[in-house]
Design a binder for this molecule. Structure first.
Ligand code: C2E
Ligand code: CA
Ligand code: CA
Ligand code: CA
Length: 277
């Protein structure tokens, strides 16, 4: 059990690392939130630039904290990761996402949903089976689920994460490389791994219209993804000029504040019906 420090402020977690009282309190609350209704998915649309249609939505986890208000993942994901809660969190986000997707599809919207996975999720050999059970439970076709993984997932334990990815591929869910271009081994794993989508990190997109080098990276990644038979998603599109440039270059899919900020599930159908872009 945790020990109270001399001043009464510092406490020690069971593994011996010092932790603030705040942190342990937040951790207890997070455990509670994983069972209750405080964790929520917000959704950000992915727009097909050629057809102008919304092809899917990305689930982004939020914590409606009773005292601290709406908390973003940067605040609690590191804590969840350290406390070994990422499996529960992923299954929870996934379950909510598939339930919401089932509802939107029932309203006639041919959409996919994307869920982010963490490093530890990709080390979890039970994951494919759990994904399969949830797809069955909500009668969602596997091809309508996109799983977004970052490059560092592939660095952690390549053999195990490749096993988990292979298991997911057997289900026919789609795999996407998130924050593409910020990791180490970008090119070597593209040769070996069965991914369907590259999601170019938003740092390249931010300077698209003012920086020729950023623009060159966007265009050549687009070409690379085409040659590899993958689709490319450009995230972090914040203005009309960037969107116009991307469209002119033949970019497939875009996401960003200019198209829509992430929104609660209840707002998605309304947004789809009265889209400004
Ligand atoms: P990400 O997967 O790269 O998600 C994109 C992040 O950028 C989101 O932040 C989104 O709100 C934000 N964003 C979207 N469009 C724009 C834009 O035009 N400009 C700017 N500046 N930002 C934009 P969010 O929701 O705070 O999520 C942060 C990160 O937390 C995500 O980055 C993802 O790595 C992680 N995350 C979110 N939900 C989950 C989850 O359910 N599971 C796991 N494992 N990770 C998650
Ligand atoms: Ca993502
Ligand atoms: Ca990203
Ligand atoms: Ca990110």
């Amino acid at each position: 059990a945790a020990k109270r420090g001399r001043q009464g402020h510092e406490v020690w977690a069971p593994d011996g690392t010092p932790a603030s009282r705040d942190r342990l309190e937040t951790l207890e609350q997070l455990r509670g939130a994983l069972d209750g209704e405080q964790l929520d998915n917000h959704y950000q649309p992915k727009l097909d630039l050629r057809t102008g249609t919304v092809v899917g939505l990305e689930a982004l986890v939020r914590w409606n904290h009773p005292a601290r208000g709406l908390l973003y993942p940067d605040v609690f994901l590191p804590l969840a990761e350290q406390a070994g809660l990422m499996r529960r969190l992923a299954l929870r986000v996934l379950e909510r996402a598939l339930r919401d997707l089932q509802g939107w599809r029932a309203q006639g919207h041919d959409l996919s949903v994307a869920v982010n996975l963490s490093v530890s999720n990709l080390q979890d050999v039970a994951l494919p089976e759990q994904v399969e059970m949830l797809l069955d439970a909500f009668a969602v076709p596997a091809g309508a689920l996109v799983l977004e993984i970052t490059e560092d997932v592939l660095m952690a334990d390549a053999a195990r994460s490749q096993q988990v990815m292979a298991g997911l591929r057997r289900l026919s869910v789609r795999l996407s490389v998130d924050d593409y271009g910020t990791g180490y081994s970008s090119l070597s794993y593209l040769r070996a791994l069965p991914v369907d989508e590259l999601k170019l990190d938003r740092s390249f997109v931010a300077h698209l219209t003012t920086d020729d080098r950023a623009a060159a990276i966007v265009r050549s990644t687009l070409q690379l993804s085409r040659d590899l038979g993958m689709s490319m998603v450009v995230e972090g599109v914040e203005d009309a000029a960037s969107l116009a440039a991307l469209r002119a270059w033949g970019c497939d899919i875009a996401q960003g504040y200019h198209i829509s900020r992430p929104m609660p599930a209840e707002r998605v159908l309304g947004w789809l019906d009265s889209r400004p872009v």
